[in-house]
Design a protein around this ligand. Sequence first.
Ligand code: FNR
Length: 364
Amino acid sequence: MEDNLPVNVREYQELAKKALPKMHYDYINGGAEDEYTLRENIAAYGRILLRPRVLIDVSKIDMSTTLLGYNMPSPIIVAPTGAHKLANPEGEVATARAAAACNTIMVLSFGSSCKIEEVASSCDAIRFYQLYVYRRRDVSATLVRRAESLGFKAIVLTVDTPVLGRREADIRNKMVAPRMANLEGLMSFDDDIDSKGGSKLERFAHETLDPSLSWKDVEWLKSITSLPILLKGIVTAEDARKAVEVGAAGVIVSNHGARQLDYAPPTISALEEVVKAVAGAVPVLVDGGVRRGTDVFKALALGATAVMVGRPVFYGLAARGEAGARHVIEMLNRELELAMALCGCRSVAEVTRRHVLTEGDRIR
Ligand code: FNR
């Protein structure tokens, strides 16, 4: 082991900031407009307190859980984030190996900088594939079929991005759209997209994303794949109920890491509303702002089946490649184990609503 390894996610973030060109660090780290939701995704976790229970034998802690029938050693999985080659030349292949080493699920982004085939053959793991729906439906359909034939186990349809959020750092930096390896051969790219108006990424998204995407398109997606479909980007009870009605296999409470609609609620504050609406019909996952094992514990207590982490894995990858991404997941797992022990919970099932105190609880 190297000396002086980072001891928490925040230290990895510092290393990533030093390692990356400003434009790329800003792209990864940034959020939409005033970045209110970006700050709140993290701050809202800070306003939830834990209610430790004592004198319980915690000599054995079992963090294992299941998602869509798959066993996982812990409820922490890897969120889909695009362009991992910005962080490390091995890109998503390194992340996939890190996730596999931790026996966890990786959700591969539509914006992956490695080909789906390369990631699939890099190591054995359970993987989900994240989908954006493009105006060119044939492109999305082809990618779903490729993922399905390569053994991916679920489709994560991102529903919070009919248009791209306004990320001002990217506009200021004239962020170049990262290379999307899986679109090569399917779509032509205009390398000279004029960036005078700001972010090339924004321009690319504007030309490709289908803003007409609606609930009936979930039916379309179901008609072209037999894989279970999780809807990512739901933060209200109304949409959660609709998701169950249209046959989603899971709901992911997400505001896209605060990169889409600013002033959307922090996800940990929206989780309970969604969990109640779904009423156990399908698993509910949450992402956004998870930086500590105690955050994962809080999400479990408020009803999440699993949590996804986005930027922390990216920071690990930027700082130390595959080993860094793996270390980030391992650290979060160890922190969760500690939180469970100190709260007197020996299994994920023992983590209950009574173990947390939210702001709402304190006002009541
Ligand atoms: C993302 N996210 C994202 N989501 C998605 O559905 N498809 C994608 O391609 C991407 N790409 C992406 C890139 C980068 C750099 C970031 C930071 C995020 C959102 C991601 O899946 C997840 O919702 C958030 O990252 C969760 O918040 P944290 O863990 O980063 O705070």
